[in-house]
Write a protein that binds this ligand. Structure first.
Ligand SMILES: [Zn+2]
Length: 379
């Protein structure tokens, strides 16, 4: 008879400094010994709650030619890729291109289908004719009603609002001087209040200072990107418990676009804005951590989340704090359990300490989802 219980003796990451014991049975973590449990891995090593990518776009068809963009098949193939890399919890921030937006397939996904659970926002909200065209067209007058419908009627746990543009698109509008904000603070505040009353949370895409200031004042739940934040706003975020997903690893792609890559028009002004923004927010991320702002590792699906952890570490976060943004701290901020008694056994095991080499995070030695052993990217 195959064993139905497993044991691990390992150092619990991100903050542990000595091995401890945990057991797994019926898909869950147990802190009390279970007789006859089989060792999952050699003693020693490191155990981490499954990685979290808090900003992805699962409808994007990057690799699977022949599958319809925006379809459930694409979403599940993408979830499978995250699974094999040990990313076991995803927050989806909506459709990514116009074609994909027609058929959002991320709301209401099952939680127990052998793939990483998804906390989804559905289609983001923005006015017609701005941004990339992926949004549900929403005038300022419609913002509160659309946000409420998404949260209350479509049961989205998060609602995503596009409050300003994407830096490579600043240039045609205002010659690299960002300034466009889609909704005024009272409209955003009414939407945030409506979403909160429906029991959901609201995430706001904000690159510019103007947008970030408005989002913080309106009392939203997370700032996505936030490259225009400053010290005062970060202090206010700490007071209000507003999370920050800096998506730092996007800088290379954005700079490439500002230089005329990926079909964008070249803009030296946008390039300068990007360099200045990244130089400014790196120390701000360290300050945010010190003040207790929940920091979330998110990638837009452009880079592995391990790369974002490495970038946050380069920006000055302690290795354990950087790792927490993609594991324990992210889970706590998103209301999901980590390594605790009775929690789903969504775990990674590493023979070597990924705090010393974040690139190890890309290839866990063992991946467990709901206690099931997964063939990992390494295996
Ligand atoms: Zn995004």
């Amino acid at each position: 008879m195959p064993p139905d219980a497993f044991h691990l003796r390992a150092t619990v990451l991100p903050y542990g400094d000595a091995p401890s014991d945990l057991w797994v049975r019926a898909g869950c973590i147990h802190s009390r010994p279970i007789d006859g449990a089989e060792a999952l891995a050699p003693e020693g090593g490191y155990v981490l709650p499954g990685l979290v990518d808090a900003h992805v776009h699962l409808v994007t068809n990057r690799e699977y030619k022949g599958l319809p963009a925006g379809s459930r098949e694409v979403v599940d193939r993408n979830r499978g890729d995250f699974l094999r890399r040990g990313v076991l919890l995803l927050r989806d921030m909506g459709a990514f291109t116009r074609r994909e937006a027609e058929q959002p397939a991320t709301l209401g996904l099952p939680r127990d289908d052998g793939l990483p659970p998804v906390i989804a926002s559905g289609q983001p909200l923005a006015p017609e004719g701005v941004f990339t065209g992926i949004q549900e067209p929403t005038t300022p007058e419609q913002l509160e009603a659309h946000a409420l419908r998404r949260a209350r009627d479509q049961h989205a746990p998060w609602v995503k609002v596009i409050l300003d543009n994407f830096p490579p698109h600043f240039a045609p509008a205002v010659d690299g001087v960002p300034g466009m904000v889609n909704y005024r603070e009272p409209e955003l505040r009414a939407a945030a209040d409506a979403v909160h009353a429906a029991g959901a949370r609201i995430a706001v895409h904000a690159f510019t200072h103007e947008a970030a200031a408005s989002a913080v004042a309106a009392g939203v739940d997370s700032i996505e990107h936030g490259w225009g934040l400053d010290g005062d706003l970060v202090e206010e975020m700490a007071r209000r418990g507003i999370a920050w997903t800096p998506t730092l690893a996007l800088d290379a792609m954005m700079l490439d676009m500002a230089a005329g890559g990926r079909g964008q028009s070249q803009s030296a002004a946008v390039g300068r804005w990007l360099h200045e923004a990244v130089d400014r927010i790196e120390p701000l991320i360290v300050r945010a951590r010190r003040l207790g702002v929940p920091l979330l590792a998110g990638t837009d699906g452009v880079e592995p989340v391990a790369r974002e952890v490495a970038r946050l570490q380069q920006a000055g976060l302690e290795p354990a704090d950087a790792l927490a943004t993609a594991s324990s701290a992210a889970r706590e901020a998103l209301g999901e359990p980590g390594i605790e008694d009775g929690a789903p056994a969504d775990l990674l095991w590493f023979a070597h300490d990924p705090r010393e080499s974040p690139e190890l995070l890309e290839q866990p030695d063992l991946v467990l989802l709901r206690g099931e052993r997964i063939e990992s990217a390494r295996g």
